[in-house]
Design a protein around this ligand. Structure first.
Ligand SMILES: *Cc1c(COP(=O)(O)O)cnc(C)c1O
Length: 399
């Protein structure tokens, strides 16, 4: 009922990124319209009744759906190679939607212990509703298999992880999930579909923080769940209607237009990150570089196979001299933005121990491999030679 774009089958990612969505309105606009409206008008009461009863597909109220949000959802679903997608107000509310839509008291989740900090917190919070989560090693599929119980309904992974860029074997986890009658959800924030399509490796659901590479310019908070069309319609659309973690049309439009440049941005930012990672390895003040694109990375081969031969755009490195050494590097910069966000065209730099992982105890941080000397750089579109010069101030400063 809601029409589809008239496009040939088998279009490639870069074409889908600028074309997929909804057909234009009667005015024939070439750039996608922004529908800032909370509700939609019906021709008569009987039609309104049919639409509210879900007997006729139409836009009714923007908490449920909105044409700009639908365009963003269809575009992202196409990029991920999945049948359906539902936009949410943030990446975290996408994970909340996943839990509310799929799980009930008594169900069990297996999750990587290295996923985004707020994701760990959210799964832990659901213990009070009777949903328990086992946290296991990101890189050892055997640990995931061992954690499975008859009550396991969901496996949740993220790859590569923040900030240590650990890579999990998505195909191996998909096999474990399937054997146990559970679903595998992958947070694809760090690679985006431009580098990694979890569905091709057997994942059932893909989570996004649209805030990061999909927007790509650090402007809005947004999120999405992608999956088979029937699963999205049966499990998540009803949650959206009642719980209302809706994506605003304006934010959807920003992400929709951001996705048009996703492919070229991911290629350019990853190429810069690779150059930076090699350069960092040569610096005497740097003890270790964490980047999947380096042959020294423990899951380098897996990452190259899984991520289109690319390491992504996030590089972390351990500076000699602990926290002081790390602060010296961060405070020596004048170009990099000192902020914990990532996926921006502006290169960002952060100290994970005191920001994203600041709420953990030092013992928990060390168990996670996050040391005081660790610095994370999310490479943007700055000329990487300028970023190297920017980092050199602190790397060369006398201790
Ligand atoms: C930022 C982030 C999230 C949360 O997304 P928000 O849009 O900030 O809610 C989830 N997962 C990963 C990997 C992230 O980097």
């Amino acid at each position: 009922m809601i029409p589809r774009t008239d496009l040939p089958a088998d279009l490639r990612l870069d074409t889908l990124a600028v074309r997929e969505g909804l057909p234009p309105t009667q005015w024939g606009e070439n750039s996608e319209a922004l529908f800032l409206t909370s509700s939609f008008v019906h021709p008569d009461a009987a039609t309104a009744a049919r639409r509210f009863a879900n007997e006729e597909d139409a836009f009714v109220y923007s908490r449920f759906s909105n044409p700009t949000v639908t365009m963003m959802e269809r575009r992202l679903a196409a990029l991920e190679g999945m049948g359906g997608c539902i936009g949410t107000s943030s990446g975290m509310s996408a994970i909340l939607m996943l839990i509310l839509g799929l799980l009930k008291a008594g169900d069990h989740v297996v999750c990587s212990q290295s996923v985004f900090g707020s994701t760990i917190k959210l799964f832990q919070d659901f213990a009070k509703f009777g949903i328990n989560t086992s946290f296991v090693s990101q890189t050892e599929p055997a640990a995931w298999r061992a954690a499975m119980t008859p009550a396991t309904r969901l496996l949740f992974a993220e790859s590569p992880t923040n900030p240590l860029t650990e890579v999990c074997d998505i195909a191996a986890l998909a096999e474990i999930a399937q054997a146990g009658g559970a679903l595998l959800a992958v947070d694809n924030c760090f690679c985006s579909p431009a580098l990694q399509r979890p569905v091709t490796l057997g994942a059932d659901l893909v989570i996004h923080s649209g805030t990061k590479y999909l927007d790509g310019q650090g402007r809005v908070i947004a999120g999405a769940v992608c999956g088979p069309e029937d699963l999205i319609a049966s499990k998540f659309v009803p949650v959206m209607r009642s719980a209302g973690m809706s994506l605003s049309p304006f934010n959807a439009w920003v992400v929709l237009k951001g996705m048009e440049t996703l492919g070229v941005r991911m290629q350019a930012q990853s190429a810069r990150a690779l150059q930076l990672a090699h350069w960092l390895q040569e610096q005497p003040a740097v003890e270790h570089v964490y980047y999947p694109g380096l042959p020294s990375h423990p899951q380098h081969a897996l990452a190259m196979a899984q991520q289109s031969g690319s390491g992504g755009a996030v590089v972390s490195f351990l500076v000699r001299g602990g926290r002081e050494g790390a602060f010296r590097v961060i405070d020596g910069t004048r170009v990099c933005s000192i902020t914990a966000n990532l996926g921006d065209t502006k290169t960002t730099i952060t100290h994970p121990s005191s920001t994203s992982h600041g709420r953990l105890s030092e013992a928990q941080r060390l168990a996670a491999g996050i040391r005081q000397g660790l610095v994370r750089v999310a490479v943007g579109l700055d000329d990487i030679n300028d970023i190297q010069a920017d980092l050199l101030h602190g790397l060369q400063a006398p201790a």
